[in-house]
Design a protein around this ligand. Structure first.
Ligand code: FES
Length: 234
């Protein structure tokens, strides 16, 4: 059964089975997201897609739309909460955007611009996360991980290899490589794997192609992520 909900005071039609985020996007309404990807089931970890339904916070990527819902999304309060989530991600890792190969193509950076984040606000953790350059074609920079698990999911569910995993919990959570040595070079990971090109930030990078497109001419240098996202699937 199809239906209709109200999003920030505007009617949005949806089809049976669509989540709030999917229906909103299909109707041309942007809701920020990081861990959601159209090729995978909702993951629900980043919480950037939070909206309020009947006054309660929910993840719009995971909650199925229902007829008559009253949803708030693009409000100063909710965008402030999204900004705080981004700020926590920035201080939890080591994000040096000006020198990052992914600058301008990075969804975390793009969301920070989208949500007008001007400072990290919280104290930096400065975790020690050595890079892994052991693979002939791929560099891993764990400093930039945002725990979306897209690489974990792609490697497990599409490539059938389970190369990546998250280990530990809370502030000790981090991405690891499933090899006894912990090194990517000791796995059968390939630069052609789906997992090799799915990272929304700058963790999984191909070697020898750095800065092929100059900073300033990249996807989110040209347009905000809200526009890019509405133009294509993801
Ligand atoms: Fe919904 Fe990450 S996009 S929780």
């Amino acid at each position: 059964m199809n239906g209709r909900f109200m999003l920030d005071g505007q009617p949005v039609m949806f089809e049976e089975g669509q989540t709030i985020l999917q229906a909103a996007k299909a109707a041309g309404h942007y809701i920020p997201s990081l861990c959601w990807h159209p090729d995978f089931p909702p993951h629900g970890s980043c919480k950037l897609c939070i909206v309020k339904v009947g006054g309660r916070h929910v993840s719009s990527c995971a909650l199925q739309a229902k007829d008559g819902m009253e949803i708030e999304s693009n409000t100063p309060e909710i965008n402030g909460e999204r900004r705080a989530l981004l700020q926590m991600l920035f201080v939890e890792g080591n994000h040096f955007c000006p020198s990052c190969e992914k600058s301008g193509n990075c969804e975390l950076q793009a969301q920070a611009y989208e949500l007008e984040m001007t400072s990290a606000r919280f104290n930096y953790f400065f975790p020690v996360r050595p890079v892994d350059a052991s693979h002939p074609d791929i560099l891993l920079d764990f400093n930039r991980c945002i725990f979306c698990e897209l690489c974990v999911r792609a490697s497990r569910d599409i490539d059938g290899k389970s190369i990546f995993a998250l280990t530990n919990r809370g502030i000790h959570k981090h991405l690891v490589v499933n090899a006894e040595s912990g090194r990517l070079g000791d796995t059968d990971f390939s630069a052609l794997d789906r997992a090799a090109s799915i990272c929304p930030v700058g963790v999984i990078l191909p070697k020898r192609v750095g800065f092929a497109v100059p900073i300033g001419e990249r996807i989110y240098d040209e347009k905000p992520i809200s526009l890019v996202s509405m133009e294509k699937e993801r």
